[in-house]
Structures are given as C-alpha cells and as structure tokens.
Design a binder for this molecule. Structure first.
Ligand SMILES: O=C(O)C(=O)C[C@]1(C(=O)O)C=C[C@@H](O)C=C1
Length: 112
C-alpha cells in the first residue's frame, strides 16, 4: 500500500482491551477524546445559537446570508492560529467551510 492510499481495514479495539496493553492504552486515551468531543459539541451549540441570532438580524436588515469578506478574514485568522498551534491548516479550513455553510443554510431558512 502506498502512503497516499487509505487503509480500509478495521479493528474493534474494545475486543482486545483485556489482553493487549496497546488496546488498554488506546481505551484510556479515548476517554480524553470523548471529553474533548463533549466540549466541542457544547461550543458548537453556543456558536450556532449566536449565528442564528446573526441570521435573524440579517433577515430583519434585508442582508444576504453570506459575507465573503468576513469569511476570508475568519479563514486567514484560523489558518494562522492552526499553524501557531502545530495543527494542519487544512483541518481548520474544512471546519470553517462546514460551520459557515450550515450557518448560511440556517440564515436562509430564518429569512423565509
Ligand atoms: O458573521 C456573519 O455575518 C455570519 O453570518 C456568521 C458566519 C459564521 O458562521 O461565522 C456565517 C456566514 C457568513 O458568510 C460569515 C460568517
């Protein structure tokens, strides 16, 4: 398999936790992952509550859902932060594309 190919094999790590110390370590790290995911979901709920309010204000003002200048600023800021934090900027680009596109769909829904 070349380094650019995706490895499609699967392992249910839980089946090995009793007998395999690597699996036991993975299980422990998964607790940290779950804690982080919990925080992310709570933050996303806060973010969408705020963007929904922005959507209501935009609808009242007669503004369109999208603001491309703001999005360019956000992406530049997030990419710089990612680089500073040692995170692949591609991850924050994909994150921003996801949240901004859902926010704009919700704005459009609020306006109609
Ligand atoms: O700041 C705004 O104007 C928003 O509507 C919020 C938001 C975002 O999700 O951050 C969504 C759509 C816009 O294109 C820009 C940013």
């Amino acid at each position: 398999m070349s380094e650019h190919e995706t490895d499609t094999r699967e392992t249910v790590v839980d089946k090995y936790t009793a007998t395999n110390s690597f699996a036991a370590q993975i299980q422990q790290l998964r607790q940290s992952i779950d804690g982080i995911d919990t925080e992310i979901v709570k933050l996303l709920a806060r973010r969408f509550a705020i963007t929904d309010t922005v959507g209501q204000l935009k609808a009242q003002a007669g503004f369109a859902p999208a603001d491309p200048d703001r999005e360019h600023q956000q992406v530049a800021q997030l990419r710089a932060l990612a680089e500073q934090e040692g995170l692949d900027p591609m991850i924050v680009e994909q994150y921003h594309a996801l949240v901004a596109s859902v926010a704009k769909e919700r704005h459009a829904h609020i306006a109609h």
